[in-house]
Write a protein that binds this ligand. Structure first.
Ligand SMILES: NC(=O)c1ccc[n+]([C@@H]2O[C@H](COP(=O)([O-])OP(=O)(O)OC[C@H]3O[C@@H](n4cnc5c(N)ncnc54)[C@H](OP(=O)(O)O)[C@@H]3O)[C@@H](O)[C@H]2O)c1
Length: 251
């Protein structure tokens, strides 16, 4: 039986680590991307202790050279890539739009937007060589313009801020455009919404566990041949309060 090979960016902690752990538990070989070698090796060890066939891959998503080196290494070791989970992201520079710090905004876009494009384009030749590759862009409901502008949605109640939410709106369109380009191929491209998850990103204020937060990414990474492409899909946070429901979200 051929092994499925998955690369998860930002896999050393939080939702990315849990995504790698859950894919590993399904028998997938997980390549744990991390920008820091010590944190990456530690994650590799923890993943192996959980029973996963895991290997650390040095990968800073803001560095196109690092993305290409990771792709070259995967090519030499495996010759293809079945699953890419673009999970790495940062959330800095919050606050009112009128107070936005442009440097913080650029920093967020370097990781959350340009980083995804750099990694995806470096990995696409390998993904095209897989029989039915899956690309998961870890987005967020805070990037949904429909939810943000709906006063009845919990997202509509959140304070206005620019950098992180708009980076995820951009990622949603990027997802739709890759899905469009690849629609006549077996490659499926979707955006995942983990839901509000307790991680370092939000100083552990989320109401979902990292294991729950990883579920949408794992689902989209393991879609069958009849699965969708070009969707924002994941945890649904409705006005009635947090529920364990999943499904497509409005862009
Ligand atoms: N937590 C939530 O409520 C929530 C909700 C919706 C969506 N999300 C999304 O879920 C994903 C995972 O977030 P999280 O909550 O698990 O956050 P987290 O615990 O802060 O983890 C973020 C990961 O991204 C890595 N990273 C950051 N910049 C990187 C770079 N330039 N190159 C490579 N890796 C980099 C971090 O590595 P270091 O350890 O080296 O910093 C870390 O491994 C993100 O896309 C986030 O936007 C989170």
């Amino acid at each position: 039986m051929t092994t499925t090979i998955a690369l998860v960016t930002g896999a050393n902690k939080g939702i990315g680590f849990e995504t790698a752990r859950q894919l590993g538990a399904r028998g997938v070989t997980v390549l744990a991307g991390a920008r820091d070698e010590a944190r990456g090796r530690q994650a590799e060890q923890a993943l192996r202790e959980s029973g996963a066939d895991a290997r650390f891959v040095p990968l800073d998503v803001t560095d196109a050279k690092s993305a290409q080196e990771a792709a070259d290494w995967i090519d030499r070791e495996y010759g293809r890539l079945d699953i890419l989970v673009n999970n790495a992201a940062i959330a800095v520079g919050g606050g009112a739009p009128s107070q936005t710090d442009l440097d913080a905004m650029r920093e967020v876009y370097e990781t959350n937007v340009f980083g995804v494009i750099a990694v995806t384009n470096a990995m696409l030749p390998l993904l095209r060589r897989a029989p039915a590759a899956r690309i998961v862009n870890v987005s967020s409901e805070v990037g949904s313009i429909t939810a943000t502008t709906d006063p009845a949605s919990p997202l509509g109640q959140m304070p206005a801020s620019l950098a992180y939410p708009s980076s995820k709106s951009a990622l949603n369109m990027i997802t739709a455009m890759y899905a469009k380009e690849l629609r006549d191929t077996p490659v499926k491209v979707n955006a995942a919404n983990p839901g509000y998850t307790a991680t370092d990103l939000n100083r552990h204020s989320g109401f979902r566990s990292a294991a729950e937060g990883a579920e949408a990414s794992v689902y989209l990474a393991t879609l069958g041949p009849d699965g969708p492409s070009g969707l924002l899909w994941g945890h649904l946070w409705t006005a009635d309060g947090p529920a364990g429901a999943y499904g497509p979200l409005p862009w």
